[in-house]
Ligand binder design. Sequence first.
Ligand SMILES: *Cc1c(COP(=O)(O)O)cnc(C)c1O
Length: 432
Amino acid sequence: MSTDTSKKYGLETQSIHTGCGPCPATGARTIPIHQTTAYVFDNAEHGADLFALREAGFVYSRLNNPTVSALEEKLSTLDGGCGATCTASGHGAQLLALSALMSPGDHIVTSCKLYGGSVNQFSTVFPDVFGWQNTSFHPTKPDEAKGAITPKTKAIFAESLSNPEGVVTDIEGLAAVAREAGIPLIIDNTMATPYLCKPLEFGANIVTYSTTKFLSGHGNAMGGTVIDGGNFDWLKHKEKFPRLGLPSKNYNGIVFAEQFGEMALAVHNHAIGLRDLGMNQQPMNAYLTFVGLETLALRMQRHCENALAVAQFLESHDKVAHVNYAGLESSGHHANAQKYMKGHGGAVFTFALKGGYNACVKTVNDLELFSHLANIGDTRSLIIHPASTTHSQLNEEARAKAGAGNDVLRVSIGIETIEDLLSDLDRVLNTI
Ligand SMILES: *Cc1c(COP(=O)(O)O)cnc(C)c1O
C-alpha cells in the first residue's frame, strides 16, 4: 500500500500495511529480502537517467534497495513525513542528518539530556573530526536554546523523551525558537516512537531514530532513520544551507530544493549522504525492522503499562530511594508527558537504591528475568548499572550530574507477564 493511500488510516493499520502489497511477480504476502548489490538497467538511456537523478529507481544498494525503501516508506508514513532515509544505526542517522546541514566551523545547539553515546558523538567526535561545535541547553527551557544560537548555528537537536532520565522536551517551544532563527529543529524520537509522539505535529522539521530499539523491537536488528518533515524552506535560507539550496557540486549542479521540493532533504540524504558516507542499512535488517513494526502499537501499549506498574511498585518499595518516571504523577515531567506523550512515560527509566553501589551490583547479578546488558526497547526486560558500565569513565560528580550516580539503575521494561517482573524484583530487593 502506498503512502498516499495510507494517509487516511490509523497508526496500527499503517504499521501493518504501508509499503507492503503482495509481490506482483510471485504473490508472496510479506516483503522479499532483496539481497542484491546492483540492479540491471533497461538500456543505456535508462542507466544515464538514473545516474543523473532524472528518473527514480535502483542503481546500487549503497544508495537504495527495495527492501530498505519499503521500510523507509512505512517509517515516513508513521511520522507524517515526506520521506525517510534508513541507516546502519541510530548514530549513522544522526551523522547523516547533520551532514546535509553542517560545514566545518558550524555550530549546533544540543539538549543536555541526551543518550550517552550521542553526548560522545556531539561533544568529542563531531568537533574533532568535522569541526562541528556545540552548546547545550536544558530541553524544558527553550530560552536557553535561544540564547545559545549564533550566526553559525545550523540546527537544534533534542530527544523528545530523553534516555535514560525520561525528561520530556518542550518540542513546541523549541520549534518556535528554531523557526525564528531560520534553522531546523531535529528531534530524536527513539524512546517515544510515533506511537507516543509525532514530533512533526509539534513543529519539528527532521526526526531521527535508532530503529535498533522499540521500532524493530526485538533486540535483533541495528538500524536508524532520518525522517524529512518536508516543512523547512531551504530556498529561503539557501546561504545558510548551500548543499540543499544552492547548485550542487554533483549531479550537474542541480539545486536539490528546486528539483525535489519538499523531499529535498530525503533525496539529498540518499543521493549524496548514503552515496558518499556509506552508512546504508542492510536489507536483512530492514526486513526484520519492517516485520517488527507490524506490532509497534501492541508492544508500546504493553511496554508502557508494564513500566508504569514497575515504577509504581518501586516507588512504594522501602529499599528504593526514588524513581524517575514521567508516567508517575510524582514526576516533574508529568505535565509535559500529558501534552507530548499521551500521558505515558515510555518503557525506560532510572531508579535509585538506598543501599547504593553494592545494592545495585547485587540487583543486576541476582535478577532472573532482567537481562544485564546495554540496550533498550527489547521485548525482554533489561537492566544496567550505568555507574559501573556506560558511565564508568566519568568521575563521580559528572556521573551524578548525568543522572547516573552510583546508586542508580536503568531499566527498559519488556512485555512479559507483569506479575513475573514484579515478583522477580521483589525477591531480589528483599535480599538486600
Ligand atoms: C541507542 C540510541 C541512539 C543510537 O542508536 P544506535 O542504533 O545504537 O546507533 C540514539 N539515540 C537514542 C535515544 C538511543 O537510545
